[in-house]
Ligand binder design. Structure first.
Ligand SMILES: CC(C)(COP(=O)(O)OP(=O)(O)OC[C@H]1O[C@@H](n2cnc3c(N)ncnc32)[C@H](O)[C@@H]1OP(=O)(O)O)[C@@H](O)C(=O)NCCC(=O)NCCS
Length: 145
């Protein structure tokens, strides 16, 4: 992998995140937020990004709950997918959580790339919410202890 750096995000990164989402096109269950919505999320939640020499390649947004970090969203720019960017960033975020906190997330049942990623990183499938998304798809719930 080319040299990359993990760093915390701030609201000034909203444009770069919005570009990653716009480049990503439509993915089942994945929100399409505007730049101002992303800036608001970054102002009140935690975010980390992975940069290479061309800029931000991947990001993760997290909500800090009393007993867990809940992943709100994550994405890798299509220009650098399947290069290990998200595996590296997710490992760094998992390692940064406070001792004793779990990591929670939900994903559309049809989102196989994301589900393979979570299972590779050690997340356990702990539940399912039927007809959760607008297209009628179920949400699959994953936890990491
Ligand atoms: C899911 C996503 C974040 C993966 O990012 P990435 O940087 O390409 O992932 P990595 O290269 O770090 O891959 C890590 C592992 O994830 C899994 N994976 C990633 N992309 C995959 C694909 N297209 N098909 C199957 N497994 C995949 C594999 O297990 C992979 O390990 P391997 O390469 O050793 O087989 C990326 O495809 C993406 O941004 N998707 C759109 C947004 C999205 O779906 N977010 C999740 C919302 S819950």
């Amino acid at each position: 992998m080319v040299p990359v750096r993990v760093r915390p995000l701030s609201p000034s990164d909203a444009h770069a995140l919005q570009r990653i989402l716009a480049n990503s096109g439509s993915t089942p269950g994945v929100p399409v937020w505007s730049e101002s919505e992303i800036a608001e999320i970054l102002a009140s939640h935690r975010g980390w990004g992975l940069e290479d020499d061309f800029g931000l390649g991947a990001f993760i947004l997290v909500q800090n709950l009393p007993i867990a970090w809940e992943i709100l969203h994550l994405a890798t720019d299509p220009r650098v997918r399947r290069k290990g960017y998200m595996a590296e960033l997710l490992a760094a975020v998992i390692a940064a959580r406070e001792s004793g906190k779990e990591v929670w997330l939900e994903v559309h049942e049809a989102n196989q790339p994301a589900r393979q990623l979570y299972e590779k990183m050690g997340f356990r499938n702990v539940g399912r919410r039927s007809a959760y998304y607008a297209d009628g798809g179920a949400a699959v719930l994953y936890n990491l202890g």
